[in-house]
Design a protein around this ligand. Sequence first.
Ligand code: ADP
Length: 446
Amino acid sequence: MFSRILIANRGEIALRIIRACRELGIEAVVVHSEADRDAAYVQLADEAICIGPPSAAKSYLNIPAIISAAEVADVDAIHPGYGFLAENAHFADICNECGIAFIGPSPDSMRQLGDKVAARELAIKARVPVVPGSDGEIKNEADAIKLANKIGYPVIVKAAAGGGGRGMRVAHNDISLHKGFAAAKMEAEAAFKNGIVYLEKVIVEPRHVEVQLMADKSGNAVHFFERDCTIQRRHQKLIEESPCPVLDEKTREELCKSALRLIKEAKYHNAATCEFLLDKDNNFYFIEVNTRIQVEHPVTEMVTGQDLIKWQLKIASGHTLDLRQRDIRHRGVAMECRINAEDPARDFAPSPGRVDKFIVPGGFGVRVDTHLYQDAMVSPYYDSMVAKLVVHQPTREEAIATMQRALGEFKIEPIKTTIPICQKILSHNLFVKNEVDTGFIERHLG
Ligand code: ADP
């Protein structure tokens, strides 16, 4: 096992990784920007190194500064968390070249699965259902229009290198595809420095369902069942739960087995998530693989009782995944609300500032992952998520009641947060009855 690692991230995930390290007897070194000098994770780490000014480009994305810190601190490995450098294969290459283990998959796996066109090809090879669409890249508008007419509108033009809900354009007819294709290509080039795009049929009113996986370096792999992340705003997840409330046992098993086949085909190791869309008839279609730990991983931890960050650390240090699939049980219902420092009344504009009042919910079945504390500053420089409120109960009905109770207790003032919109969603009869799709927020709470 590693004796000392560096965490190349910030906020709640840095704290989450510190906690796993401490329980495994690993020393945790963190890097931070000048803006995060007083952050909770900086105060709780074994050692903290300032790597630059507030701008992420100059700190949390600054590879030379992070590698220098790792060298100075003499760590065995780097955990990238999620976001920032977590899916940057070049960064993983540099870690390996410096003899520092990257806590994640191999750079080759990251390249292959990070490219959505290549991931789609791999899924097809592994006999995983994909959304009807193009065989690889679509090079020009004429090809796009021909294919769209074959598979039927609406279609979605997607960037091979897209992520974070960006780089997607829906077209409803030849005219809008004509306009959208060139624009999508230009946007992809500008945002991701990669103009490759491909085409998918739009799955109408889908649910978003994803499978959590873990694999070791000797080819052992298991799944930890699924999470339902249908409640999204502009393709950004807001509420996640497990199990997916509309899946029957047979489909669940097929879904999880498909995801396993895919990561085995990729000869993958460490944590991965396979994302799928689920249509009204419970057909599932692969959309992408995320090659890192995800924000919503606690939902899976609560229902399976498995610490996914500890597994990441163990596997990266060469341990075998000594867990049999049948030993992983799913118990009860877990749900997560992402609490973002955003103002729902002002189109979700960021709401940074000092937290003068901070009361954290607790009690039976409640887990809060947050880096906030009384008098902490919510910085305007980074992602707006400030807390993850997770509940675990025997049934979905009880999970919703516990979540409502906990949301009511949560006080983060005077900044504005997504707490009120989460409360509205949880009390909406369509959410309670499981009659939602990815367009629910825009349609009903827009
Ligand atoms: P990103 O990598 O940017 O997160 P994804 O491919 O994972 O992009 O898609 C994000 C979200 O966009 C999905 O959860 C879903 O809501 C929507 N989406 C993506 N592809 C389709 C599709 N073919 N049909 C309908 N919705 C889609």
